[in-house]
Write a protein that binds this ligand. Structure first.
Ligand SMILES: NC(=O)c1ccc[n+]([C@@H]2O[C@H](COP(=O)([O-])OP(=O)(O)OC[C@H]3O[C@@H](n4cnc5c(N)ncnc54)[C@H](OP(=O)(O)O)[C@@H]3O)[C@@H](O)[C@H]2O)c1
Length: 219
């Protein structure tokens, strides 16, 4: 997604907890666009403030916020009866509370400019009731409802709120969710990145989108 946005000409603030992959991404994209890479936890309010301050100081404005980072919880995933509630609170901290904090930080300047796009990345597990996916799934359901209420509150503000389900992908998180299963047949994240670019130019003020359908429709 960062690569696709960079090639579209967007300047980027990127974050992840570990510095290695983050630094590699920043180095790869530096010849294409301006990149600020800041390691930290999106569930940490102080890190959220650092990210948004860096965006406003360096670029003068933030056009798009993508809440993509996500916490799965334990692997293998337990049924709800056995889900440690402190672990569940951690899943909610990263997947719901952190995104809301970032939204609260970017909204005032977006409202002032009457322009902005907030994309919250969700999952079909936030809609369908898959056994053992309850902790993560409940966090995505909360993120989706938060997005719906936010969109209602922002009606007429010029700020768009989208929820995007990227669909099944072969990633570290998905492999942790289904340990021992060969997921190499699934698409790579890069294959759905064009959907996130397409949404930059979508007129809808709010909505839930399936990234793989957006990509297929464009072909
Ligand atoms: N993979 C799928 O099949 C699938 C399906 C539906 C929805 N999704 C959604 O798609 C999004 C991306 O998932 P993915 O499968 O690409 O996950 P992933 O492979 O685990 O990648 C997640 C990225 O977020 C970063 N991250 C995780 N927790 C973080 C935190 N607390 N603070 C900052 N950065 C953090 C990770 O880097 P660090 O570990 O270095 O922090 C990594 O760069 C998620 O919202 C997920 O729920 C995925």
């Amino acid at each position: 997604m960062a690569r696709a946005y960079a090639h579209r000409g967007l300047r980027l603030i990127l974050t992840a907890r570990r510095t290695d992959a983050l630094q590699l991404a920043a180095e790869e994209l530096a010849p294409t666009t301006e990149v600020v890479a800041m390691a930290g936890d999106v569930g940490d309010p102080a890190h959220a403030e650092r990210l948004v301050r860096a965006g406003l100081d360096r670029f003068g404005r933030i056009d798009v916020l993508v809440n993509n980072a996500s916490e799965l919880g334990p692997s293998p995933m337990p049924e709800l009866e056995k889900l440690n509630t402190q672990v569940f609170a951690e899943v909610l901290r990263v997947n719901v509370v952190g995104p809301l904090k970032l939204i609260q930080l970017v909204l005032p300047p977006m409202r002032a400019r009457r322009d902005g796009l907030i994309i919250n990345v969700t999952s079909d597990a936030g809609v369908q009731a898959y056994p053992t996916w309850g902790g993560y799934g409940a966090s995505k359901a909360a993120l989706e409802h938060l997005s719906r209420v936010l969109a209602a509150e922002l009606e007429g503000s010029g700020v768009r709120v989208y929820v995007v389900d990227p669909g099944d992908m072969d990633t570290a998180m998905h492999r942790a969710a289904e340990p021992g299963i060969d997921l190499s047949y699934l698409p790579a994240p890069a294959s759905v990145a064009p959907a996130f670019v397409r949404l930059l130019d979508t007129d809808a003020v709010a909505g839930r989108f399936e990234a793989q359908q957006l990509v297929a429709a464009a072909v």
